[in-house]
Design a protein around this ligand. Structure first.
Ligand code: MG
Length: 157
């Protein structure tokens, strides 16, 4: 077995959709980034790549590439999983945390879990997703951005 860790942050800004775990969440602002800026899936993909020592998300999908502009990170997640499988590994389980003061994410967690499970062809009960605030401390607490952390366990196919 091998383990991987991922971390990502994106700033919150006007005139962007807020997409987390592939779920379009109604809110006054969204995350800024070259792709859909889905911070949860970015942290998750870095954890998957890291577990197999396959580099980082930015190396595989450079933010200078027009083909990745506004692309759904679920599409990229599928590609990362294909790469992992091609190297002879499969995901055993995932755990993750969204660090976000607002909006309240609890109502959307199950849909995020379903999206990730479907994309990775994994049972939903192998995918942990939690949301926490920082009690208004730091950039996340001030609503300047959203962060996510993920860990992934992989094993030989
Ligand atoms: Mg990112």
């Amino acid at each position: 077995m091998r383990i991987g860790i991922g971390y990502d942050v994106h700033p919150l800004t006007e005139n962007r959709r807020l997409i987390l775990g592939g779920v379009d969440i109604p809110y006054t602002r969204g995350l800024l980034g070259h792709s859909d800026a889905d911070v949860l899936l970015h942290a998750l993909m870095d954890a998957i790549l890291g577990a197999a020592a396959l580099g980082s998300l930015g190396e595989h999908f450079p933010d200078t590439e027009p083909e990745y502009r506004d692309i759904s990170s679920l599409v990229l997640l599928g590609q990362v999983n294909d790469l992992l499988i091609s190297r002879g590994y499969k995901i055993t389980n995932i755990d993750s945390v969204l660090i976000c003061q607002e909006p309240r994410l609890a109502p959307y967690i199950q849909d995020m879990q379903t999206n990730i499970a479907t994309t990775l062809s994994l049972p939903a009960d192998t995918i942990g997703i939690k949301a926490t605030t920082t009690e208004r401390l730091g950039f996340a607490g001030r609503g300047e951005g959203i962060a996510a952390e993920a860990v992934v366990l992989i094993d030989r196919i």
